[in-house]
Design a protein around this ligand. Structure first.
Ligand code: ZN
Length: 245
């Protein structure tokens, strides 16, 4: 497992890399039902929030599957309990979805334990098998993203989607921190570019500001450090998003 502290490859380095501007667009086809499987409350927004905004405008029906409630983000906190984080993070997601025009999008909360999705991968696969039928496109975290929950969710979703013959596409989150341009660990040939509308860019940036429990220290001291620091936010609020087919 790589170190995930947001102090990895700076956005300025990614910006100098010209390859992404030549990545093919992802063809979305006629509007249908899109389901995003998010390990934590915020992955749907940081990964594909702009895309979801634009798909909804285009007439797609958007649903979110929340694998965990994100109660494990501050295990050493002396100020915020896991139970308090559940409510706080759900409210942050609600605010973010509102900015994205998705305030009426169903959110299916599965309640699996945060930071332990790997141990519940089979259960997740089964739960998704009941939720995915009738879906035209399923989006989830990349199975090699470098974060155990993201990887387990990516694997389980792939199995479930294959079982019900639903098209599944991944999106990277932490990869932008640990990888570098042309990094051989990343299947760049499978990368697809999603150019966001100006409205989607604005909405996504506003939505990203909702996740204060992750983007700001809860309170000074051990265990309350920032989870998603400014360097990561810069990767995740570009005017385009990335899918891996
Ligand atoms: Zn996450």
């Amino acid at each position: 497992m790589v170190r995930l502290d947001g102090a990895g490859t700076p956005e300025a380095t990614w910006r100098t890399w010209e390859a992404p501007s030549a990545w093919p667009d992802f063809g979305f086809g006629a509007p249908g039902r899109v389901v995003v499987v998010a390990p934590h409350p915020d992955d749907e927004t940081f990964g594909v929030g702009g895309l979801l905004h634009d798909l909804r405008v285009a007439g797609w029906h958007v649903e979110i599957v929340a694998v965990t409630d994100g109660e494990g983000s501050h295990p050493g906190s002396r100020t915020v309990s896991p139970a308090a984080l559940v409510g706080r993070r759900a409210a942050e997601r609600e605010g973010a979805l509102g900015h994205l025009g998705l305030d009426t999008a169903p959110v299916h909360r599965l309640g699996l334990p945060d930071a332990q999705v790997t141990a519940h991968e089979d259960a997740l696969t089964e739960l998704l098998g009941g939720l995915l039928p009738g879906t035209d496109l399923c989006l989830t975290t990349w199975a090699h993203d470098g974060h155990a929950d993201h990887e387990a969710t990516g694997r389980a979703t792939a199995r479930a989607a294959a079982g019900v013959e639903v098209l599944m596409v991944s999106f990277p989150i932490w990869m932008w921190d640990w990888a570098t341009p042309e990094d051989p660990r990343v299947p760049w040939a499978r990368a697809r570019r999603v150019t966001l509308s100006p409205a989607a860019c604005t909405a996504k940036r506003a939505a990203a500001q909702m996740f204060l429990s992750q983007t700001q220290p809860l309170e000074a001291g051990r265990g309350d450090a920032t989870i998603v620091p400014p360097g990561m936010l810069a990767h995740l609020t570009r005017a385009w998003e990335t899918l891996l087919t």
